[in-house]
Design a protein around this ligand. Structure first.
Ligand SMILES: [Zn+2]
Length: 183
């Protein structure tokens, strides 16, 4: 894993491992990892803990024992994982960009599974896997049409293989609650 946290990570509140119950999946909705890093570093300090690039590379932006701002109302107990994907880029709230068309490559999805498995072992209270779009269902006015609304957050989006990843997660939950050691 590439550990190059954002320069301001020490200003974030700390937490105990036992407080972390949830993983929230996101898409960066940027063209690439560099753009996501630039936004995290110089923007309004909204970012996830881990970023997974299209090639499966895993990059830490914020250590998991710090609270990061990645999902309204659920930050203190969750870890945010961001998958690099264009999503609705370049105009997130334009009515014409609401259906993302970029696939999530197999290398990226496999890396995500490995990350999830690792987090399970590191955070004993971790049990819930959700998408950002499950937690934030707010609507905003479309950028191009004041008479229409669009979702504030849709990520990771309809192209993300949610059923596959959720099945993987549930399977490892079963394994850990039945007492057998995860492999
Ligand atoms: Zn998100």
């Amino acid at each position: 894993m590439d550990e190059r946290p954002v320069s301001w990570w020490r200003e974030l509140p700390g937490r105990n491992r036992e407080e972390v119950t949830t993983v929230v999946l996101h898409a960066t909705e940027t063209p690439d990892l560099e753009t996501a890093r630039e936004l995290a570093e110089n923007g309004d300090r909204v970012c996830g803990h881990l970023y997974i690039d299209r090639d499966g590379g895993v990059h830490q932006f914020v250590p998991a024992d710090r609270v990061a701002a990645h999902v309204r109302g659920h930050n203190s107990r969750s870890i945010g994982i961001e998958l690099v994907n264009r999503g609705r880029y370049p105009d997130h709230f334009h009515s014409r960009f609401q259906v993302p068309d970029e696939e999530f490559p197999a290398a990226q999805v496999e890396a995500l599974k490995m990350v999830l498995q690792g987090l399970r072992q590191e955070f004993p209270a971790l049990r819930e896997l959700v998408r950002h779009s499950d937690l934030d269902q707010a609507l905003v006015t479309a950028a191009d049409d004041a008479g229409r609304t669009v979702r504030r957050r849709i990520d990771p989006g309809p192209r993300f293989p949610w059923r596959e990843v959720k099945a993987f997660w549930d399977q490892s939950t079963d394994a850990s609650t039945s007492g057998s050691s995860p492999t």
